[in-house]
Design a protein around this ligand. Structure first.
Ligand code: IDP
Ligand code: MG
Length: 161
């Protein structure tokens, strides 16, 4: 398999689970031809989040981020596709819904700015996480055991890629 056919990690965050957006979000990735290799509902722990957000642990917003990520279960997903990390980030959109294009997941299901959340004393919620290119293997190993990732042939491998 070409090296650019790769896996990436996505987490549907607790706000999106509570809003009933799980199906829509999974459909968006399925419609684009990505193959689901693993998927489960998980209650994030402090320990998992400290590993996952290692680069943000010392930032001022981390405490609020960890609380937000534990407000309910997340849906953890491994997707496979061509340049999957880069392509999935493109579909997810900018970190802030205010700046995200309306055709992206963050832009379609939100519009708030981080400034407004700060002003209101709330943590900023942005629906979904997707690995940055280069981070996906580490993130997959944090959230998934090897036997939770499934091998099968997806029609996208012949018809979409
Ligand atoms: P990303 O999710 O688009 O990769 P990162 O900069 O890696 O964005 O930040 C990780 C997550 O931390 C964001 O998705 C968001 O939930 C949260 N976050 C980032 N910056 C801020 C901020 O300035 N205030 C509040 N939350 C933030
Ligand atoms: Mg990031």
């Amino acid at each position: 398999m070409a090296e650019y056919v790769e896996q990436t990690f996505v987490a549907i965050k607790p706000d999106a689970v509570k809003r009933g957006l799980v199906g829509e979000i999974i459909s968006t990735f399925e419609d684009a031809g990505f193959k689901i290799q693993g998927m489960k509902m998980v209650q994030a722990t402090d320990q998992l989040l400290e590993q996952h957000y290692e680069e943000h642990v010392d930032k001022p917003f981390y405490e609020g981020l960890a609380e937000y990520m534990q407000q309910g279960p997340i849906v953890a997903i491994v997707l496979e596709g061509v340049h999957a990390a880069e392509n999935v980030r493109k579909i997810v959109g900018d970190t802030s819904a205010k700046d995200a294009h309306p055709s992206t997941i963050r832009g379609k299901y939100g519009h708030m700015s981080m400034e407004h959340a700060d002003e209101e004393g709330r943590h900023y919620k942005n629906i979904i996480h997707a690995s940055e290119p280069g981070e996906q293997e580490k993130e997959i190993s944090i959230w998934f055991e090897e036997d939770e990732l499934h091998e099968y042939v997806h029609t996208g491998e012949e018809e979409v890629r």
